[in-house]
Design a protein. Sequence first.
Length: 429
Amino acid sequence: MTPLKIGIAGLGTVGAGTARLLADNAALIATRAGRPITLTAVSARDKSRDRGIALTGITWHDDALALAADPNVDVVVELIGGSDGPAKALVEAAIAAGRPVVTANKALLAIHGTALAAAAEAAGLPLGFEAAVAGGIPVIKLLREGLAANRVSRVAGILNGTCNYILTTMREEGRDFPEVLADAQALGYAEADPAFDIEGVDAAHKLTILAALAFGQNVDFSAVHIEGIRNISALDISFAEELGYRIKLLGIAQQTPSGVSMRVHPAMVPVSKLLAAVEGVFNAVLMEGDFSGPVFCQGRGAGAGPTASAVVADLIDIARGSKIPVWGAAQAALAPSRPVAISALTGAYYLRLMVTDQPGVLADVTAILRDHGISLESMLQHGRSPGEAVPIVLVTHDTIEAAISAAISRIATLDCVLETPALIRIEPK
Ligand SMILES: NC(=O)C1=CN([C@@H]2O[C@H](COP(=O)(O)OP(=O)(O)OC[C@H]3O[C@@H](n4cnc5c(N)ncnc54)[C@H](O)[C@@H]3O)[C@@H](O)[C@H]2O)C=CC1
Ligand SMILES: N[C@@H](CC=O)C(=O)O
Ligand code: NA
């Protein structure tokens, strides 16, 4: 059988993992793909580095762009990363040269996904990106193929392994944020610039991609409201536990009458919910189809093995001759996104204040909430330390985000409020 010849650009965590998987499971992959999938060429920065993979007999290109023109490469696999620069140039060059592309690059797809898919469609080429969202979970296939007959009303998930690993480890082991982040980097989970993980940008890239597939809209990264986990404190993690919640960084895309609302932010998830039990580097996605009902999947969201598994799944599809539209429908059938402002969101909120323990503080705070039409479900304060700083926690009933934002701006100006208030959205029970 004629092999499908692969050229990989970028031999970091995912690139080296993909080369290893192609070698270790070669016979099984050939059986399932109907022909061997063979690594014939690579491009990376440092030829001398030992990556634990055999590169004998494989062409080395110093310039990744050369992969697009190499006659011994049928499919270009882009595993460099970054929304622009060499990754984008390579994908464009490969498509222009008539080569199918597989990439794990969510930043690239979330920002340039419409133009790249249009180019691939015009050239009649597949563009695979299963690895770009939720690592080893086959969530792209699930949405684009398994749920293709459904109107999807909501997609919600834990989409960043690094953040989930950090939040889990902080809660279970009481360790500090920077120390746990360093672990996640050493394990190969974090992006080259880990700010993308902890600021919520990586999860927003992935949510942009899921929303495009779920709602048949063009990718629109700029429409996602983004908050990360940098300000989540050990105190809030412990209050969440006490109130019956786990703090998770969620990505949520939801159909509303005025458009699709897209947001990434930390959320209090009731412990009874499936998403609350997803821990460590695991990701999970919950999708609501009108005929399927809820569909939940979970698996490892980052790391060499799980991500390589998704890259090679796309290669097997290409070897099989699969012809699935990049975004699940012809480009011309996709609609522009209709963004919904976060201020229109309705829900319950956790509000934690550091205040001076003195008479009248609660009365001042609750008066402001009352003025904005916000009612309280519960309140927590432990012990008494007159004149000292103490945390108080307020949990609201459902309210509109515009109201709680306005109330917090006023609460923050009270003399007795000593720090910027912490506000965390609460997922419904
Ligand atoms: N690490 C993970 O768990 C996951 C990563 N991804 C995505 O996979 C892609 C690769 O990520 P990692 O392997 O983690 O990154 P990495 O930083 O470990 O590897 C990227 C490699 O590309 C090389 N490179 C940089 N510029 C290059 C160029 N011009 N030509 C050739 N090689 C070049 C770098 O030297 C580096 O070895 C990124 O798009 C990332 O977002 C997706 C899912 C999971
Ligand atoms: N940095 C990402 C890697 C996978 O996409 C993450 O932590 O989830
Ligand atoms: Na995936």
